[in-house]
Design a protein around this ligand. Structure first.
Ligand code: S3P
Length: 441
């Protein structure tokens, strides 16, 4: 467990500068997993040195995969092949990472041995039936604690391909099914209610698996093989999002965020902020290992509230905490609906953000699947991030527009996805300070 850490964020001057954010979390998890199951050596650069992705690396090492870290942000993985993993006598600890646990559940369902996946207090409360049920349809056997971790995954099951229509738009569910499908006889197909990020599909293709996919669906035959592949991981759009909104909100600001991944299923926030009046320019768009990337130039702009179109919800699912802060600073009302998934992320993000914004003087109302936020003047105060990395960073941005200091509690989990956030933020002009909290014994 991380030591208790609070932040104090307050208004300084305009933000200026050029920065790069750490590597994409979704891609970093997947690169490790596919490289581990491939034949040959794969090199991953731009790897996210976050606690979530490091937990996945440790788990793969526990399962007998050799992974070297010659430099920060680099991993060299000696693939063991589809059937080369070895059982671990110890439980496999995913930490705070829902992506790690759900994808590994799929991957481990096809092994010849039993495994147990555990997580921290937050992950231990998160719903897992959403992966257990489709994996069971493929022939897996997984025990849980009433639908929550720990997950006991039984090995030696004979998986068989199936066509599965998922009830929830979730790349984690889709990916868990596809990873189990690698081990299944016949064809595994997934259809989604709305298209979600397709990193697993793109990366399986890059590692030589004969997969077919399009927006909202994917289909693959089981029992083929993966060949090693080098992966360059682009900057995480979800990490860039805090700087995009910060530069938009603080008068006189201009930031250039370089080498950001712009997978079409990740950039709903750009569309929504532009519709609110933001000035975001996409510069030097290019392709890197099959993924679109670009530099993003953002200048201050006044925002107006909007109704967030349902079609963008899945494409910005991790960006709602920071969108809520943008909405708090916009003229008029912003309405979000169709986003009930926010209630089962690392925290209940609707409740955590609405409570925090209310503590800062904003009229923020929760609805079961979203929120209604009336923009206004932010005042200083104390807010609780509830150990949710994205809520903590969002409140740090809110502090830049508050009339006095904002104290944010429980920020240590920022290291799960964005190590170095504080230094990077201070480097472009945030007035952000750390205060340690004495922990009760
Ligand atoms: C992720 C999918 C999303 C997202 C998470 C990363 C992934 O979760 O919120 O941060 O890498 O597949 P859901 O699949 O639960 O929507």
């Amino acid at each position: 467990m991380n030591a208790r850490l609070d932040w104090i964020s307050q208004a300084g001057g305009p933000l200026h500068g050029t920065l790069r954010v750490p590597g994409d979390k979704s891609i970093s998890h997947r690169a490790l997993m596919l490289a581990a199951l491939a034949q040959g050596q794969s090199r991953v650069s731009g790897f996210l040195e976050g606690e979530d992705t490091r937990a996945t690396a440790c788990i793969l090492q526990q399962l007998g995969v050799r992974i070297a870290a010659p430099n920060a942000g680099e991993r060299v993985i000696e693939g063991v092949g589809l059937h080369g993993l070895r059982p671990s006598a110890q439980p496999l600890d995913c930490g705070n990472a829902g992506t790690g646990m759900r994808l590994l559940a799929g991957l481990l369902a096809g092994q010849g041995f039993d495994s147990t996946l555990i997580g921290d207090a937050s992950l231990s409360q998160r719903p897992m039936r959403r992966v257990i049920e489709p994996l069971t349809t493929l022939g897996a056997r997984i025990d849980s604690s009433d639908g929550r971790p720990p997950l006991r995954i039984h090995g030696g099951m004979d998986l068989h391909g199936h066509a599965i229509t998922t009830a929830i738009a979730s790349a984690q569910i889709k990916s868990a099914i596809l990873l189990a499908g690698l081990y299944a006889g016949g064809v595994t197909r997934v259809d989604e209610p709305q298209p979600t990020r397709d990193y697993t599909e793109r990366m399986l293709q890059a590692f030589g698996w004969p997969i077919e996919f399009g927006p909202g669906w994917a289909s693959l035959p089981g029992r083929q093989s993966l060949r090693a592949c080098d992966v360059r991981v682009p900057g995480d759009f979800s990490s860039a999002a805090f700087f995009i909104v910060a530069a938009t909100l603080v008068p006189g600001s201009e930031l250039l965020v370089q080498e950001v991944g712009l997978n079409p299923r990740r950039i709903g926030l750009i569309e929504v902020l532009r519709a609110m009046g933001a000035d975001i320019r996409i510069e030097a768009p290019r392709q890197q290992d099959g993924e679109p990337i670009a530099d993003l130039r953002v200048r201050h702009a006044d925002l107006r509230g909007i109704e967030v179109p349902l079609a963008h919800v899945a494409d910005m699912i991790d960006e709602f905490p920071i969108l809520f802060v943008a909405a708090a600073c916009a003229a008029g009302v912003t309405r979000v609906h169709g986003a009930a998934e926010l209630r089962v992320k690392e925290s209940d993000r609707i409740a955590v953000m609405a409570n925090g914004l209310r503590a800062l003087g904003i009229d923020a109302q929760e609805t079961p699947d979203g929120a209604l936020i009336r923009g206004g003047g932010l005042r200083g105060g104390v807010v609780d991030s509830r150990g949710d990395h994205r809520c903590a960073m969002s409140f740090a941005v809110a502090g830049l527009r508050a009339d006095s200091a904002v104290r944010i509690s429980d920020c240590a989990n920022v290291a799960t996805s964005f190590p170095g956030f504080e230094a990077l933020a201070r480097g472009v002009g945030f007035d952000l300070e750390q205060v340690s909290q004495a922990q009760p014994a």
